[in-house]
Design a protein around this ligand. Structure first.
Ligand SMILES: [Zn+2]
Length: 260
């Protein structure tokens, strides 16, 4: 298995000569990101797999990006955001997390399959256009040291770097520290999830000057209830960030779809 080092690949792989690429395609023929159907190039979805992904778009909650079934006025917010304003300013996600689409997330997170990163970055850039506009820094949600050692890479950092390559907005993998290993969020209510991650993140000493008045976008793989993103946003705002948004690859819309 390839070693991605502590924080994932240090830089984008160098462009391989055309002959090597052609040989690699014979040895490892490109297959769809969601299935093993053949496709014309690495990092693509087959037409059948495209139809299984629901990409998020307006109309959505202006605050958390929850999709609405019908057009609503510009600036409308969903019930939960109206009842309790989240700690982040705005959240956006590329596609709906469903039993079918979750394979894209799991193969990155647990399988280390990185050939989808360029596509994922493109989808997140499109969905997050309004949060990336004018952003100063991308901050991936950090893993706790124990989990990072076990998994060997942080999938949120890989996504952030894919976005940096497309937008030029820098990624800072050292801004936030996870101060404790939080038990799995699986099976917890929204309130339970918030309690579970409360105070689990802090800004690394020495990073505060960079945060003063800054517009930060937190990057993660899945928005489930927003509890982790909110815990990160609180830490960043306490340390001086002026605006903290969140951008994730997938978004849970129906809690029943969550399988951890
Ligand atoms: Zn909302």
């Amino acid at each position: 298995m390839l070693s991605w080092g502590r924080y994932g690949p240090a830089r984008a792989p160098r462009k391989a000569p055309r002959l090597i690429n052609a040989l690699a395609d014979i040895i490892w023929p490109p297959v769809s990101l969601l299935s093993y159907e053949p496709v014309s190039a690495h990092g693509q979805l087959s037409p059948a797999d495209w139809s299984k992904i629901t990409f998020l778009d307006r109309p959505w909650c202006q605050t958390c990006g929850f999709p609405f079934d019908f057009p609503v006025g510009e600036g409308a917010v969903c019930g939960p955001c109206a009842a309790r304003v989240p700690a982040f300013d705005t959240a956006r996600s590329a596609f709906v997390y469903t039993p079918e689409s979750r394979q894209l997330v799991l193969s990155l997170k647990h399988g280390g399959r990185v050939d989808g990163l360029a596509a994922f970055g493109g989808w997140m850039k499109r969905a997050g256009a309004d949060v990336l506009d004018g952003a100063d820094l991308l901050v991936p949600v950090p893993l706790h040291g124990q989990r990072l050692r076990k998994r060997r890479f942080n999938q949120s950092l890989l996504l952030a770097r894919a976005l940096t390559r497309l937008t030029g907005i820098r990624t800072d993998p050292h801004m936030l520290v996870r101060t404790r290993a939080t038990p799995s969020q699986g099976g917890r209510s929204a309130k339970g999830r918030r309690r579970n991650v409360a105070g689990a993140f802090r800004v690394r000493a020495g990073r505060k000057p960079r945060l003063e008045g800054a517009h930060i976008v937190i990057i993660d793989d899945v928005y489930t209830t927003g509890a982790t993103l909110e815990a990160c946003a609180r830490a960043l705002k306490r340390a001086g960030a002026a605006r903290v948004d969140a951008l994730t690859l997938a978004r849970v819309v129906k809690p029943a779809d969550v399988i951890t």
